[in-house]
Design a protein around this ligand. Structure first.
Ligand code: MTE
Ligand code: CO
Length: 429
């Protein structure tokens, strides 16, 4: 779709047709795969000509009261995998990691995971109840929550099932699908500690059970130490109200721990002396090992990383020469201290450059600039966190965990770059 059809109705440029053809030929100069974006250009806009957009007044203010991305970025969207789930209401989609940079996920691109669809909550009728082993049960309105001292914290949220499809071998072609169940935003919210203190914890208070107001009534058990440490009841993300998909008007933030515990549309927190759903905790969110045993209470998301470009959806578009490799690393145990990358499947490792803020339990952005000689590459990244933990290979992970689980796969990802710049998801051992 051309911009001119939308924003101005000037006379058709008589030379446009011919030039458009040249434009397509011109795009051919960009070697490699994935040329979709290079197509659709118009050499009539190139120097020394006066570009289209310089010849007329553009839309004025208020043309978009809530701004949207350029129409040329229409490919930057969340995507789902049709066959993965039976219904749309209990499903997932994925953050387009290969299109993003820096460490913040734009609100509209945060992956969604719902068990009962998006609850359509009216903020006026919003209530958060705290009951159970407390001195005085309380019910807060949204305005009540906003009268507590609030904090701003940047955290990643990763679903425990992220990369779950890859346990048995390379499956999905794109980091959006292999690693896109993660996002990272700046939350504004009230430390849960303040709310629990307001209610007054009984001495035998050991667990909380946050519960969602969605049709799924999702709930989990969280140990009281975590609840009093860094959990938040958040009502803003990246400065604006939570998106409906992310739990509007309030959600629980459980930094560094698996996304399932971050209850959205938070309506109640019951305080107890033991975990609820002991049965569910051992059947649902556990990691099934070989021989039928299961890992339990595996809440922390261990250090992980992925190269977001080049990657299957972000092939190399030039023939050779200066190339920027970039990716993301994160750890539920704190800061990322180092990321190594290899271009040859692990024979030589190079320290990548981390750029941007390095905050605990947040995404970290890394870069590695190199001269591509046009030959095939096997790209991998390996994250180190401040506890000294080093991201394992998938084989090392399988040796300990087997291949029965779909949760907590933080193994090293491999991308195979072909001579034409195309990239595929592979595994090497
Ligand atoms: N909270 C409620 N109320 N209902 C849900 O279905 N899904 C959980 C969690 N909180 C869920 C929920 C799961 S499994 C994950 S991974 C995260 O929310 C996803 O958060 P997001 O949709 O903001 O990315
Ligand atoms: Co999840």
């Amino acid at each position: 779709m051309s911009r001119s059809s939308k924003s101005h109705d000037g006379p058709a440029n008589p030379s446009r047709r011919g030039l458009l053809k040249a434009g397509i030929a011109g795009a051919g100069l960009v070697a490699g795969a994935g040329l979709a974006r290079a197509a659709g250009g118009d050499p009539a806009n190139l120097p020394p000509n006066v570009a289209d957009w310089s010849r007329y007044l553009g839309p004025g203010v208020d043309a978009a009261p809530y701004g949207m991305p350029s129409e040329h970025e229409a490919q930057v969207v969340r995507r789902s995998v049709e066959w993965l789930t039976a219904s749309r209401e209990s499903s997932i989609n994925f953050t387009p990691l290969h299109e993003l940079d820096g460490i913040i996920t734009p609100n509209g691109l945060c992956f969604e995971r719902h068990h009962g669809g998006v609850a359509e909550m009216n903020p006026t009728d919003y209530r958060l109840m705290i009951n159970g082993l407390v001195d005085k049960p309380l019910i807060f309105t949204l305005d009540d929550l906003k009268r507590f001292p609030r904090v701003n914290r940047l955290y990643f949220l990763e679903c425990a099932a992220n990369s779950g499809m890859e346990w048995r071998g390379a499956q999905l072609n794109g980091c959006q699908f292999t690693h896109g169940m993660v996002h990272c935003v700046m939350y504004t919210g009230v430390p849960l500690k303040y709310l629990l203190e307001e209610a007054g914890l009984k001495t035998n208070a050991k667990w909380i059970m946050p519960e969602g107001g969605d049709a799924a009534g999702m709930n989990r058990s969280v140990p009281i130490e975590k609840a009093l440490d860094d959990c938040l009841v958040a009502f803003k993300m990246n400065g604006e109200a939570l998106r409906p998909e992310q739990g509007y008007p309030a959600r629980l933030v459980v930094p560094g721990w698996e996304g399932n515990m971050w209850v959205k549309w938070l309506r109640r927190i019951e305080v107890g002396d033991m975990p609820w759903h002991a049965r569910e905790e051992t059947s649902k969110y556990t990691d099934l090992l070989e021989g039928g045993k299961a890992r339990r209470f595996t809440w922390v998301m261990d250090a992980k990383s992925v190269i977001t470009s080049p990657s299957p959806q972000a092939p190399i578009l030039h023939a050779k020469g200066a190339t920027v490799l970039t990716g993301l690393a994160w750890s539920g145990n704190g800061r990322i201290t180092r990321v190594d990358v290899t271009l040859d499947g692990g024979e030589n490792w190079h320290e990548a450059r981390i750029d941007g803020p390095s905050l605990p339990k947040a995404l970290h952005r890394f870069y590695f600039e190199f001269d591509w000689d046009g030959s095939e590459l096997l790209l991998q990244s390996r994250a180190h966190d401040e506890t000294g933990y080093v991201q394992p290979t998938k084989d090392a992970l399988r040796a300990v965990r087997g291949t029965n689980s779909i949760y907590h796969n933080n193994g090293i990802q491999t991308w195979y770059v072909k001579a034409d710049g195309g990239v595929e998801n592979v595994e090497i051992s």
